[in-house]
Design a protein around this ligand. Structure first.
Ligand SMILES: [Zn+2]
Length: 409
């Protein structure tokens, strides 16, 4: 293989290869700049002369031909004839004093997304501390970039729809709030905490946030979120997230299941308990076999059967109401249906439904849900599992922003 071809492979046009030594796993490539001198960095004069090469630098570069690659690059001393300054040759592909080329550092950093620093450091045979420094630097830069891009897009987006949802950093520990651009599919930011005070604190200290102008915001039924949105986006439609709302209904159904279970024979009780999750599933998603089991379960008690129908009717309401006006009429009908069952646990659920009626019906003005957000929350959970020992909150947040907006990174 000619040196010229190898040089193209290395993709470092400013240098040429002088010598190559290889063994089974490693390649040491001696290089030298193509130009004879470099312009003075102080006065920009071209009148510069070389003052010798006191030592050579060993710099790691991207692997090639199945081997790790180390470049041996001369530290060339130069002197300016115009201003008298002395300086060392500057290579565009490696920063002064660094032991890795920029391309190799970037490669290491990109490998670490989706895995851990420990893993990359082992696989690439790079010391952990070096790997960590490279990754943190890259992460900081990238998260700032991604965050700004995502926010800018959201500010400019026509008919912006925001999603607000909480997620636990570690289960049962601190909660954070995720702010999402649902139309753009972007994770905009992480707000520390989820109380009204914490949200206010974020909004007042965040210039970009004040520029957002959403037509709608999708949220669960947390009062703090609604109060916050009413204040900052008074024009926006507040939509109760469909899947959160539906959970109240399925929970009521499970409460009824527990209630009727008590009066059953031990065998029927066991059967009902073990198949309880099937009751939550949409009837039209059940397999034939599951459908048979559900019918059997519903046969145990008429209260369970009526509550199940009421749950299914709510899904139909979500799926089929053609507009907000009709949705309101149907909602009232569904509400009365629930009331007529005269079950305390159902009444408890209906109380919540009545409190949030407008926000629930608003789904039929703009059919957005936080479903994508839930998917992203799962990505965060996977990340948490991998980074269980990460105590540094700043890095943790930076990483979520980058990994949840991979398309922008
Ligand atoms: Zn000079």
């Amino acid at each position: 293989m000619s040196y010229k071809y190898i040089n193209e492979l290395l993709n470092l046009p400013e240098i040429q290869i002088v010598n190559i030594e290889t063994n089974e796993n490693h390649a040491r490539i001696e290089v030298t700049p193509i130009d004879h001198t470099q312009d003075c960095p102080y006065c920009h004069s071209t009148s510069v002369h070389r003052n010798g090469i006191p030592y050579k630098r060993d710099v790691r570069h991207l692997a090639a031909f199945g081997r790790t690659v180390h470049l041996s690059i001369p530290a060339i001393c130069l002197a300016c004839k115009n201003c008298g300054s002395t300086f060392t040759w500057e290579y565009s592909f490696v920063e002064p004093k660094k032991r890795y080329t920029k391309a190799f550092s970037a490669y290491l950093a990109s490998r670490t997304y989706g895995t851990t620093v420990t893993q990359t450091s082992m696989e690439e045979q790079v010391p952990y501390s070096t790997m960590e420094r490279i990754f943190k630097g890259d992460l900081r830069r990238k998260s700032e970039e991604v965050h700004e891009k995502a926010y800018q897009e959201a500010v400019e987006r026509k008919n912006l729809v925001l999603g607000i949802d909480d997620f636990a950093i570690r289960k049962g520990h601190t909660y954070n709030t995720g702010l999402h651009d649902l139309k753009g599919g972007r994770f905009l930011d992480i707000i520390s905490g989820r109380t009204g005070e914490e949200l206010q604190d974020y909004a007042t200290n965040h210039t970009m946030f004040k520029l957002l102008n959403p037509v709608a915001v999708v949220m669960d039924l947390a009062k703090a979120y609604h109060t916050f949105c009413k204040e900052w986006f008074p024009e926006a439609i507040r939509i109760a997230d469909r899947f959160h709302v539906n959970r109240y209904v399925t929970e009521a159904l499970q409460d009824v299941r527990r209630l009727v279970q008590k009066d059953l024979s031990s065998q029927a009780r066991k059967q009902l308990k073990s198949k309880s999750r099937l009751l939550n599933k949409r009837a039209d998603d059940l397999t034939e076999e599951e459908c048979r089991i559900v019918q059997e379960c519903l046969g145990y008690d008429v209260r369970l059967a009526t509550t199940y129908n009421w749950k299914e009717n709510f899904i139909t309401w979500y799926d089929c109401a053609p507009n907000a006006k009709i949705a309101r009429v149907w909602f009232e009908r569904w509400y009365k249906e629930g009331k007529s069952m005269e079950l305390d646990v159902v009444n408890e659920c209906l109380k919540t439904m009545a409190n949030w009626k407008e926000e629930i019906i608003n789904y039929h003005r703009l059919r957005y849900t936080n479903a994508a957000v839930e998917g992203r929350n799962n990505r965060i959970k996977a990340l948490q599992r991998r980074l269980y020992f990460t105590r540094n909150q700043a890095i943790y947040k930076e990483r979520i922003i980058v990994e949840c907006n991979r398309e922008l990174a």
